[in-house]
Design a protein around this ligand. Structure first.
Ligand code: PHE
Length: 465
């Protein structure tokens, strides 16, 4: 068995885990959901859920990792051979996410290149139509560009994972996270200085109680799971490298605050100018449409002191999107690699190479699945091409299943005390024993089952959300 690597400090763990949490979900999903489901009231719901449910589940995962010093499958096997299936579920989701995240990461590479070229060579302004053509031409035009961009992204991911915990993951997040935060602040300032931004800001932040319903809670909860990468085994893996004298609770709080801050800033970057230039419909375009079509059209109209600043703002935005996606993908690949190592005793280099080869091969059909009439296009389920299907399978099926079973297993069989005593290993006292046990045993499993049910009914078109 290989000796386990360790983070070099408390902050190193916090930065790496925050880097894993901050991803495209913060940038494209959070702002859109907040604007649609009640503005300020969505933010408040999100904060309350993160402080209770999110906190509990992150603490559990980190403690499982640190106490067993193993990654998901081996960690659960060591706790109970009968329940080791949770570990396998816990690794299936990141394995799937890993494959398609490289493809989406490739889109950020493409846009980074587009904006770098525009900054240096200039280019015609992108209105909504041209911007749509640019994106459509890229992913469905039939060239191998999406594959090439995905491969560049996957190569960066693999290089960082192969470099190891300290030299690769820790060092890259220590450098990239402060840059990311600075870019967020810079782009937010530009956005807020645009004419008409104040109305958009109000649209984003004003609590709209009439828009508050159970849907707000379901979406806020789903977003929280995705954004904090809960139930993906990532925190188990990162927790397994954590030193005994660092505080789990304090780390988790900091990770959540960092993740929440970036999500909030993303809203400031995106909503006010999009609202000002494209109106509420622009803001309502969701997912890839918001980030890769609406936003470039917004950037094209930005000015600062009379000068056109859109291409520079675009370059900064896609640089930060690239960093955010990269560090999330690294944590996912590390989880899969580390699990392979724990199960086989392989060293990092061969295990990482095997994982890289598999994700490289998977990239071919996934990155080309939107090509019009292409070899890999076609729906797996109605309305779901391969990439959407993988996203659905991982986020709507595997993650809730794994999260639910984790709560049952740790809450009812292993017992909350097992987790609590691990959080006290650094000499601190755990102060929310009762709330924590209640959340883990009752609130969390019920909430997770509720989201899974709501998402499935929505998918079947039985309810609208
Ligand atoms: N947490 C990431 C985000 O906010 C998403 C993600 C989930 C990344 C799972 C990797 C694995 O975008």
């Amino acid at each position: 068995m290989h000796g386990r690597e360790n983070w070099s400090s408390h902050m190193a763990f916090v930065m790496a885990a925050a880097a894993s949490a901050v991803g495209l979900g913060n940038l494209w999903r959070f702002p859109y959901l907040a604007a649609k489901y009640g503005g300020g009231i969505f933010l408040l719901t999100y904060a309350v859920l993160a402080a209770t449910l999110g906190f509990t589940l992150l603490v559990v995962e980190t403690a499982v990792g640190r106490r067993t010093r193993l990654s998901p499958p081996a960690a659960y096997r060591s706790l109970s051979p009968k329940w080791q299936g949770i570990g396998w579920l816990g690794i299936a989701a990141p394995a799937i996410v890993l494959c398609y995240y490289n493809a989406v990461g490739g889109w950020t590479v493409k846009y980074l290149a587009v904006y770098a070229e525009r900054v240096f060579r200039g280019g015609e302004a992108l209105d909504a139509v041209k911007s749509g053509e640019l994106f459509g031409g890229f992913i469905s035009g039939g060239s191998y560009a999406p594959l090439a961009c995905g491969a560049i992204f996957a190569g960066c991911t693999a290089a960082l994972v192969l470099a190891g915990v300290k030299k690769g993951i820790e060092r890259s997040s220590k450098i990239l996270m402060p840059i990311l935060l600075a870019l967020c602040v810079a782009v937010s300032c530009i956005s807020l200085s645009q004419p008409g931004a104040a109305e958009g800001l109000e649209y984003y932040l004003r609590p709209d109680f009439s828009a508050f319903s159970w849907k707000t809670v379901v979406w806020a909860m789903g977003q929280m799971f995705f954004s904090l990468s809960i139930s993906l085994g990532i925190m188990i893996t990162y927790g397994s490298y954590m030193r005994k004298d660092d505080s789990i609770c304090r780390s988790v709080l900091r990770i959540e605050m960092f993740d929440g801050a970036v999500a909030f800033l993303a809203g400031l970057m995106i909503i006010p100018p999009t609202y000002a230039f494209l109106g509420p419909e622009g803001v309502q375009s969701q997912g890839p449409g918001l980030m890769f079509i609406a936003l470039p059209a917004v950037f094209s109209r930005m000015t600062l002191f009379g000068a056109e600043i859109g291409d520079i703002a675009g370059l900064m935005f896609f640089a930060l999107a690239f960093f955010a996606a990269l560090t999330s993908c690294v944590s996912t690949m590390e989880t899969v690699t580390s699990s392979l190592r724990d199960c086989t005793g392989m060293r990092r280099a061969p295990a990482g190479t095997v994982v890289a080869a598999v994700m490289g091969a998977a990239l071919v059909p996934i990155s080309l699945c939107y090509v019009k009439d292409g070899f890999f296009s076609g729906d797996i389920l109605p309305g779901m091409p391969l990439l959407d299907f993988m996203d659905f399978a991982a986020n709507n099926l595997l993650m809730p299943a794994c999260g639910f079973l984790t709560c049952i297993f740790i809450g009812w069989i292993v017992g909350p005390e097992w987790v609590i005593s691990e959080t006290e290993a650094d000499g601190s006292r755990f102060r929310f024993r009762r709330l924590f046990s209640f959340t883990l045993k009752y609130a969390a499993p019920i909430a997770i089952a509720g989201i899974a049910l709501a998402y499935t009914l929505k998918q079947l078109d039985w309810i609208s959300m």
